[in-house]
Design a protein around this ligand. Structure first.
Ligand code: OGA
Ligand code: ZN
Length: 356
């Protein structure tokens, strides 16, 4: 008998109820989608809203269906399963703390074959960072490297920025001061997804690097202090950057959750945040919570410390991994990093394509 949905009684989809239009839209023959790009050749909103499934049968890994508009087709059960269960080839995140070993890759190996690049990108998505060694320690090399992974995000600073200690800097990164664990540019819309920092010279005393898994800190907060977690995941903070020709602003929670309550983004930069005008009780709690988060982000429990030396690149997920450096003495030697940003969509997309 015709019906608008079918109940799958066996196999991996056991218990799934599949709607006629939902199935009809998933037909992938040449008459439905362009084989070059898998984009639909018809307007799905114009399908009959009362479309029925006249009959169907399951053969092996496929469902064959005849719809009431006369269209017949076959749909892969594995693909339906993956879609229903949001199975993605991007690996799931692994929470880490300072006990984990540093994830280091060799620039001479990662571009040799696709398997090596896959390993590097998978590790990047699992841990939220990778360190690359053996790159050429010359200016602009960070762009050559970045462009092998994804298009560089140009900002009002151009394609790259130079981290050197200089007089009258427009950002405290361009001094010799210590930088506590922070995320970069939380005032941008959108916040840059991936950051690369390339070391051209690090001959000064000091200037050591650190990384922290912001999601690990967020998880610790969730488990150990519900009140702090609650206020940090619900209070919109204004992040602001003031320069001669722009004032950039963006609001976000220090711990941003997605619709499923999973961690989406950490924004943390004590140099740049403006706490909203809240009632006194909330403000008191917020300030305690932020202080606690600051302490965790800068504690030896969470921080991996290392030295970014000449020829090394730190590539990290700026929406998850916080970074910092110790102060350095510019009189003891030259220190020069170059940095740039790339977006997650192209990098994720590259990994998905490599895995197909
Ligand atoms: C930055 C930064 C780290 C460093 O430029 O945003 O965090 O090691 N630099 O200088
Ligand atoms: Zn930074």
């Amino acid at each position: 008998m015709s019906s608008q949905e079918i109940l799958i009684e066996e196999g991996v989809l056991k218990g799934a109820i599949l709607h006629s239009l939902w199935l009809r839209e998933r037909l992938i023959g040449d008459e439905f989608v362009d084989p070059n790009n898998l984009q639909r050749l018809y307007e799905p909103s114009l399908l009959d809203e009362n479309l029925l499934i006249n009959n169907y049968s399951i053969q092996g890994k496929f469902i064959s269906i005849t719809f009431s508009d006369g269209v017949k087709g076959k749909i892969s059960i594995d693909e339906l399963y993956q879609e229903i269960n949001s199975v993605d080839s991007i690996p799931s995140k692994k929470i880490w703390n300072k006990k984990d070993t540093l994830k280091i890759f060799d620039n001479n190996k990662i571009f040799q074959d696709s398997e090596s690049l896959i390993q590097m990108l998978k590790t990047f998505y699992e841990y939220g960072y990778v360190i690359i060694e053996n790159t050429e320690a010359v200016e602009n090399e960070v762009l050559n490297f970045a462009e092998k992974i994804g298009p560089v995000r140009t900002t009002n600073w151009g394609k790259l920025f130079n981290v050197v200690s200089k007089p009258n800097p427009n950002d405290l990164a361009y001094t010799a001061l210590e930088l506590k664990s922070h995320s970069d540019n939380p005032y941008r819309k959108p916040v840059p997804g991936i950051q690369l920092l390339h070391c051209i010279a690090n001959e000064s005393t000091g200037g050591d690097s650190s990384l922290v898994d912001g999601f690990s800190v967020a998880e610790y907060l969730r488990e150990n202090n519900k009140e702090f977690y609650q206020i940090l995941t619900n209070t919109n903070v204004n992040f602001k950057f003031t320069d001669v020709d722009v004032i950039l602003e963006n609001k976000s929670k220090l711990i941003e959750l997605d619709d499923d309550g999973k961690f989406r983004q950490i924004s943390f930069s004590g140099r740049l945040d403006y706490v909203p005008y809240l009632n006194q009780e909330k403000l008191k709690t917020f300030y305690k919570a932020r202080k606690y988060m600051y302490e965790l982000c800068n504690s030896d429990q969470f921080k991996i410390k290392f030295r970014l030396s000449k020829g090394m690149i730190a590539m990290f997920d700026n929406l998850r991994t916080l970074h910092g450096r110790t102060k350095f003495d510019p009189n003891t030697g030259f220190r020069h990093l170059q940095g740039c940003y790339i977006d997650h969509d192209s990098t994720e997309g590259k990994l998905r394509r490599l895995l197909k």
